[in-house]
Write a protein that binds this ligand. Structure first.
Ligand SMILES: O=C(CO)[C@@H](O)[C@H](O)COP(=O)(O)O
Length: 222
């Protein structure tokens, strides 16, 4: 699955930018608060407007402080998957249950330097685990390959039936990096500049999807 990140889109024409990725598996919406991360993007009112102009399942990545307060609103608005950061959440189990009760998939994200092991016990509460492969905050950064160890750990737990969730990766995913991420066991690839920086975003999505598919036969189609 490919999830283009609208962080790399033209914010003055977001409806058209969504139309340009029609056929994408998900659209990744980066919500940043200039507090949890040093950048400011958009919030719930804009997400509500975007949900009216696209049928692409929306993957809202909340890079915000106090997700315990704000996350469920994105689920109630109709987001398909709502992801909170484990570093910001006070009660991640409660958040996951609230998200699922509101009809969304529950996503948890971890920054590159955050270990996975302390959170393995709560992962059954979640549908997706978003491994950050750059420091959250900005598009166009270089991929951090060391995070693939976390992907391999997760893939091992999933393949042996100990966990059941979708492994997503975000940051620096492009034609040069997607195959190593796919080989490690990623299911869903967030790509910002590799899609919106391309002359033809739809073709870029197709090309990335094919690369991931050929690198990993377990790759899950939409
Ligand atoms: O969440 C983030 C950054 O914090 C990402 O979604 C980036 O926006 C991905 O952009 P590229 O690294 O693919 O350009």
């Amino acid at each position: 699955m490919i999830a283009p990140s609208i962080l790399s889109a033209d914010f003055s024409r977001l409806a058209e930018e969504l139309a340009a990725i029609e056929g994408s598996d998900w659209v990744h919406v980066d919500v940043m608060d200039a507090h949890f991360v040093p950048n400011l993007t958009l919030g719930l009112p804009i997400v509500e407007s975007l949900l009216k102009v696209t049928d692409i399942p929306m993957d809202c990545h909340l890079m915000i402080s106090d997700p315990d307060r704000w996350a469920v609103g994105y689920a109630q608005a109709g987001a398909h998957n709502v992801t909170v950061h484990v570093e910001a959440a006070t009660d991640p189990v409660r958040i996951a249950r609230d998200l699922r009760a509101a009809g969304a998939k529950a996503g948890l994200s971890i920054k590159p330097g955050t270990p996975l092991e302390p959170y393995l016990d709560i992962l059954p509460e979640y549908d997706t685990l978003l491994i950050m492969s750059v420091e959250p905050g900005f598009g166009g950064q270089s991929f951090i390959p060391e995070v693939l160890d976390k992907v391999r750990t997760l893939r091992g737990l999933i393949d042996t039936g100990h966990l059941n969730l979708l492994v997503e990766i975000d940051g620096g995913i492009n034609a040069d990096t997607i195959e190593q991420a796919a080989e490690a066991g990623v299911d869903c690839f967030v790509a910002g500049s590799a899609v919106y920086g391309a002359a033809d975003p739809a073709r870029a999505i197709t090309a990335l999807r094919e690369q991931a598919r050929s690198a990993n036969h377990r790759f899950i189609p939409a």
